[in-house]
Design a protein around this ligand. Structure first.
Ligand SMILES: [Zn+2]
Length: 232
């Protein structure tokens, strides 16, 4: 409920007025026209007036608990962020490259426009994986099971000493979730590798589909490694 300034100054209040100025013997003394203008005003929560205590601003959170007002508290209450996902550390960290983070985020959510998703409205044309041309691409194929992608993962897994026994793209994401706890340089490199691999696999897909450019997997690896060295 917001009172316009003109409304309260015309009734003798000013910027220095206190909550206690509207209380008489512990009860509100709202003006009649305010009560008519703002239904429910008299039923609002009762402030507690304590002598010798300065006025303060309290925020009642969505659970009904009164807390000291803070931007952080208000922001959390006004925005529903949902439960924390287990992979948030993979995507959101300081040194990540923004475009790589965005592509990884979309890939984890399964929202990239892989050909299995566009085939419902693209009835004609080549819908085969641009790497192997064996099957229609999908998140799982493109980022995990395609031989081209597998070579890149194997290269980095060998370098990072990670045992590579996984079944699909989701397994790969879950595996990385367990490998990125803490803030060591090793953890940072693992996160940069994951985001770099996914982003460059996606870029390579688009380069092949739309620009007729082909790089072998070793060239993609070199590019990812160069990017990680610069970022470190
Ligand atoms: Zn393929």
């Amino acid at each position: 409920m917001i009172f316009p300034r003109r409304g309260w100054t015309s009734r003798g209040f000013n910027e220095l007025s206190k909550v206690s100025d509207i209380l008489v013997n512990g009860d509100y003394c709202w003006t009649i026209d305010w009560v008519e203008q703002f239904p429910g005003l008299e039923d609002g929560p009762m402030f507690r007036s304590e002598r010798d205590q300065a006025d303060g601003i309290i925020w009642r959170d969505k659970e009904g608990v009164s807390r000291k007002l803070s931007c952080n508290q208000v922001w959390k209450n006004l925005n529903f962020f949902g439960p924390k996902v287990p992979w948030f550390r993979l995507v959101w960290f300081n040194n990540n490259i923004p475009m790589n983070a965005f592509i990884l985020w979309m890939a984890i959510l399964g929202k990239l426009k892989t050909q299995d998703r566009v085939k419902s409205w693209e009835l004609n044309g080549n819908l085969l994986c641009p790497f192997c041309s064996n099957v229609c691409d999908s998140h799982d194929h493109l980022f995990f099971s395609c031989e081209y992608s597998m070579q890149i993962w194997k290269h980095f897994h060998n370098k990072m000493g990670i045992i590579f026994i996984l079944d699909n793209w989701n397994d790969l994401v879950n595996k990385f979730c367990n490998l990125v706890k803490g803030k060591s340089i090793v953890v940072l490199i693992r996160k940069l590798v994951l985001a770099g691999c996914v982003a460059h696999l996606w870029r390579e897909t688009n380069a092949r589909l739309f620009r007729n450019l082909n790089r072998n997997w070793q060239e993609v690896v070199s590019f990812i490694e160069h990017e990680i060295k610069v970022e470190k």
